[in-house]
Design a protein. Structure first.
Length: 323
């Protein structure tokens, strides 16, 4: 009886070690994607191909990385993992934002034009709950979205087909950058709240006639829960990873617009700040020291890079808005 108990403990230990090794392997973050360009018969890049391919590639990478899509897994070891699912969710949010702007702005010449049918359906499928594992599962819907995006890309790149277009204009690009600002601003606030801080209420600042539904406190204590700190950190990692993929592609598709506005350097600055967010994390855990304390605070370091990227996005938006 005692021997059986000992063998059972050994077997449980071996299984635990194997599950840990698998979880470490599945937690390896994907590399940044390089933009892909397709030239037309005049050796000119087809406008929109790089951005659409970056969107497809980002979704595809999330689905086909080691372990696949982990956010909806209900079996070990993935059910016990939270860092990579947080990374996936952050990247998915950027994917949804770009898919929405492609449907509403990039593929339409004006407000009265019709939305592209493939982009419309692809955006709908990307909005399924990322934790859904029953029929339909999140993976199946996302793979259907990839197929639809590939159909749009094929029609867009076909010179004999004028049905699908990608309009690289300054106003279109600005609409997407506004979504990026909101996403980065939210991440920066969550990351900064890792140490807790008193924030003044600025909801109605700048407009003396502004009103809100219910009154708010003049100041409040904001702090990210201890169990959520690493989730917020890896959500920011995933979000900036996807955004970096898209910014590199936008640099290709909107090259003429950026050159006309003398804004190439501003976009490169955004890319540089986003690249800093993807540096290797050497610590085995996400540390949460105080602002100038003895122990590092990884969330504050990430917040710095995200805030700098957001500031560069705002500068680029202002440049594109000028005549």
């Amino acid at each position: 009886m005692q021997a059986k108990w000992k063998y059972g403990v050994i077997a449980a230990g071996v299984v635990a070690v194997l599950l840990y090794v698998v979880s470490v392997w599945w937690s390896v973050e994907p590399d940044v994607l390089e933009p892909q360009v397709l030239n037309d018969h005049n050796s000119q890049p087809i406008v929109g191909y790089a951005t659409t391919t970056a969107l497809i590639g980002t979704i595809d990478t999330l689905l086909d990385k080691p372990g696949g899509w982990l956010s909806n897994d209900i079996m070990p070891p993935s059910v016990m993992m939270d860092n990579m699912p947080a990374f996936e969710f952050g990247a998915l949010e950027q994917v949804r934002d770009l898919a929405l702007v492609m449907r509403k702005e990039f593929s339409r010449s004006q407000s009265q034009s019709s939305a592209d049918k493939d982009l419309l359906e692809a955006h709908s499928k990307l909005n399924i709950d990322h934790t859904s594992w029953l029929v339909p599962s999140a993976e199946s819907e996302y793979r259907d979205a990839i197929k639809l995006l590939k159909l749009y890309r094929a029609r867009m790149a076909d010179p004999q087909n004028n049905d699908a277009q990608f309009f690289a204009r300054a106003d279109n690009l600005n609409e997407w950058l506004k979504e990026v600002q909101k996403r980065l601003g939210n991440l920066s606030q969550q990351l900064s709240a890792s140490v807790g801080q008193d924030r003044l209420n600025t909801d109605l600042a700048g407009d003396s006639a502004a009103r809100q539904s219910t009154p708010s406190q003049a100041s409040m204590q904001v702090k990210t829960g201890w169990w959520k700190i690493d989730d917020v950190f890896f959500e920011a990692r995933g979000s900036t990873w996807a955004l970096l993929n898209f910014m590199k592609a936008v640099e290709v598709d909107f090259a003429d617009v950026l050159k006309k506005k003398n804004a190439e350097v501003s976009l490169r600055q955004i890319i540089r700040e986003l690249e800093s967010t993807q540096q290797t994390v050497w610590s085995p855990i996400i540390l949460n020291g105080s602002g100038f304390g003895f122990v590092a605070n990884h969330s504050l370091v990430m917040a710095n890079y995200v805030s700098r990227a957001n500031a560069a996005v705002i500068d680029l938006t202002n440049l594109l808005s000028q005549g």
